[in-house]
Design a protein around this ligand. Structure first.
Ligand SMILES: Cc1ncc(C[n+]2csc(CCOP(=O)(O)OP(=O)(O)O)c2C)c(N)n1
Length: 332
């Protein structure tokens, strides 16, 4: 049942779709670089975890979903939210703690949410999104829809009990869900092989009798190919898939992490696999776009992200007399 898929079987993609993927990758990267600038200027509060380097996973999976499918994330959630179509404006405003933010300024970086886009959240606790996505998959099946859930989490989360309980349930009930592991080799400063008794995460699928696939998570076309198959299976009622995407984060664990633990040679190795130039090269080779056309997309996205910052700056704080609104705690 388990298999390694390190190269796309074939690049069966039209130019227009390849450009959608390129745009999404660049949006994720540009947004995160801007977040770093704004964080160090004191515009954001609390922990902020950036996704640089891992963009091909979010883009490769989410761009294959339907708008009514569900997505859950972790605390590293900005780019998943962007890929589902949550606007850069409403995410940046959320990070600035403004009332126009996608969680009304109450959540911040780790708690993005959009009911409109079926983006069921960033979660601060490791593995916390796994039961939520499993519940969403159950809900779709129970209501008789063919909606699919995609659940993103790190390698560290696969050693957490919720991972085992939920994969067992999803296999047992044949739920329409993709469990997408972003294996970036590190859980803060813990190297994955030191923390997991089974290093190949996709092999953990065998314990539940469900398909497990390992894919090059720095290659958006390879991720896309694997995601398409898993989504088609889920939609056809054939159940869950565990997808291990090998990837790397180009920055520290959070913006508070000086990133001094990881070997510079390791960082350099992964930098060379950057998914954005890889897709750009493919697009040029296929004649889908020229370098100048790709640069024009880069500029448009830069403007979109700058506009998001301006929007966040200009937006009001949540009013003080609404401090307790949108909270579930009962009044005394
Ligand atoms: C239940 C729980 N335990 C511990 C933490 C502290 N913590 C925050 S991030 C993290 C590492 C998780 O690593 P991984 O799942 O690989 O995701 P990555 O950060 O690499 O994306 C830990 C242990 C937490 N947030 N939640």
């Amino acid at each position: 049942m388990v298999q390694e898929r390190l190269a796309p079987t074939q690049a069966d993609i039209e130019g227009a779709e390849a450009l959608v993927l390129y745009r999404d990758l660049v949006l994720g990267r540009t947004f995160e670089d801007m977040c770093a600038q704004m964080y160090y200027r004191g515009k954001m509060f609390g922990f902020v975890h950036l996704y640089n380097g891992q963009e091909a996973v979010s883009t490769g999976v989410i761009k294959q979903l339907r708008p009514d499918d569900y997505v859950t994330s972790t605390y590293r959630d900005h780019v998943h939210a962007l890929s589902t179509g949550v606007s850069a404006r409403s995410i940046m405003a959320e990070l600035f703690g403004k009332a126009t933010g996608c969680s009304k300024g109450r959540g911040g970086s780790m708690h993005l949410f959009s009911a409109e886009k079926n983006f069921l959240g960033g979660y601060a606790f490791v593995a916390e999104g796994i039961p939520v996505a499993t519940g969403a998959a159950f809900s779709g099946k129970y209501r008789g829809t063919d909606q699919v859930s995609a659940c993103f989490f790190g390698d560290g989360a696969t050693n957490n009990g919720q991972f085992f309980e939920c994969l067992n349930m999803a296999a047992l009930w044949n739920l329409p869900i993709l469990y997408v592991v972003e294996n970036n080799l590190w859980s803060i400063g813990m190297h994955h092989p030191r923390a997991s008794s089974v290093v190949d995460i996709y092999r953990k699928a065998d314990a539940f009798g469900l398909p497990g696939v390992k894919v090059d998570g720095m290659d958006v076309l390879a991720v896309r190919a694997v995601a398409r198959e898993a989504i088609a299976r889920a939609r056809a009622g054939e159940g869950p898939t565990l997808i291990e995407c090998t990837t790397y984060r180009f920055r520290g664990h959070s913006l508070a992490d000086p990133d001094e633990l990881r070997d510079p040679a390791e960082k350099e190795f992964w930098r060379k696999q950057d998914p954005i130039p890889r897709l750009a090269e493919f697009i040029r080779e296929q004649g889908f776009a020229t370098i100048d056309e790709l640069k024009a997309i880069d500029r448009q996205i830069r403007e979109e992200v700058e506009d998001a910052v301006q929007f966040a700056e200009d937006s009001p704080e949540p009013p003080l007399d609404e401090l307790y609104r949108f909270q579930f705690a009962e009044d005394e």
